[in-house]
Design a protein around this ligand. Structure first.
Ligand code: ADP
Length: 361
């Protein structure tokens, strides 16, 4: 019997309500074995008193079942989460193991997609700029941030023209500002050529640090660009952050409904309300105003209906939008009169309206 075997054995214990185990969640802080006695220290952040008790019992049972173990000691240290208050009337009963609030940030919304390449990052970046424009008109300039959680392929800095390294102030990183939006991304911290090899717990830790050690200042809204997909890795990110709502970006194909449904299930598991569905790359408008529906029709609306969520709008295919993303000037900033820019502003206005209300419907 050794420490590694004990650590391995603890992997059968899932965090209540999640498909991830407590080891990969990074909750096992110490393992020791000497003279037949196995000692395990767990550390978690939760407001639910049942969870530490349940994990302690399960860990004791697992350890007692190991050959060579005659005595067991499991300690659990619990920290209460510091939540941003949920909207009035909104209950957030299920919290993840390490959810932490982000000081000074009023609302946090996640942008998710079932798969890559649907334009999720392009949407997140333009949405952040559109939110900034709408909030500036309301007398709240420079109160939007964007957190790029795609650690493997961070594209937000390129799309929003952020290139400088974040400054370190005390123990915090200061986000880089671009077009009035505060940006934090792994892309700002590592060189483009550095191969990024992450393991699940490291990804979680990094995102937790983005939440806890980035000095976001006072923000009305923080947009979180999640990595594409709806698997366990995304779920664990989602439960780490105190999200107020989520937007799903999809494409017009009918098959998109299934993918979007998986996204909704993910947010459902952590009680994060769905704010709506956006359909991207909906159509190409010719010079004569005729719309060509290159990728089929109706996927976004069908997804919204299935998920009993709001259909927030259709984003046209727009070469100017793509060029803007490639040269680091979002279309919302460079061409505010484009049809796509107007859709972004409409969605931004609607989301702010929803976030200011309690029921989100
Ligand atoms: P994801 O984040 O979902 O992987 P991206 O945001 O990186 O997708 O977008 C993939 C590519 O599609 C990018 O080159 C982007 O500029 C382009 N793109 C996204 N949305 C549109 C659109 N509505 N019109 C034209 N090009 C788009």
């Amino acid at each position: 019997m050794d420490k590694a075997t004990i650590q391995e054995a603890l992997k059968v214990i899932k965090y209540p309500g999640f498909s991830r185990d407590i080891v990969s969640f990074g909750l096992v802080r110490g393992v020791d074995f000497a003279d037949g006695k196995a000692t395990v220290a767990l550390a978690l952040t939760t407001a639910d008193a049942q969870i530490p008790a349940q994990l302690k019992t399960e860990a004791e049972k697992v350890l007692q079942g190991l050959e060579g173990v005659s005595e067991v000691e499991v300690t659990v240290s619990v920290t209460a989460p510091k939540h941003t208050p949920p909207p009035p009337g909104q209950k957030r009963e299920v919290t993840g193991p390490a959810q932490q609030s982000i000081g000074g940030v009023k609302r946090i919304i996640a942008v998710a997609s079932g798969k890559g390449g649907v334009g999720k990052s392009t949407f997140s970046v333009n949405l952040a700029c559109a939110l900034d424009q709408v909030l500036s008109e309301q007398g709240k300039p420079e109160s939007v941030g964007i957190m790029d959680c795609d650690l493997y392929g961070p594209s937000v800095p390129l799309m929003i023209g952020a290139a400088s390294r974040p400054e370190v102030r005390g123990e915090s990183l200061v986000p880089v500002e671009s077009f009035g939006v505060r940006v934090m991304s792994m892309g700002l911290l590592i060189d483009e050529d550095t191969p990024v090899v992450w393991r699940g717990p490291m990804v979680m830790k990094t995102i937790q640090q983005f939440a806890a050690n980035v000095d976001w200042g006072k923000l009305e809204v923080l947009v979180v660009d999640l990595p594409p997909g709806t698997g366990d890795a995304q779920l664990s990110l989602v439960q780490t952050l105190p999200l107020d709502g989520a937007v799903i970006v999809t494409t017009p194909q009918k098959a998109a409904v299934d993918v979007a449904r998986r996204g909704a299930l993910m947010f459902g598991k952590v009680n994060v309300p769905l704010l709506g569905v956006v359909e991207n790359m909906s159509y190409l408008e010719g010079p004569d105003g005729e719309k060509q529906f290159l990728f089929g029709q109706g996927g976004g609306e069908a997804a919204a209906t299935t998920l009993e969520s709001e259909f927030l709008g259709q984003m046209p295919l727009d070469p100017v939008l793509r060029e803007g993303a490639d040269r680091g000037i979002p279309v919302v900033v460079s061409h505010s009169d484009r049809a796509s820019s107007q859709v972004f502003r409409k969605i931004a206005t609607r989301l702010l309206e929803k976030l200011s209300r309690s029921d989100y419907n």
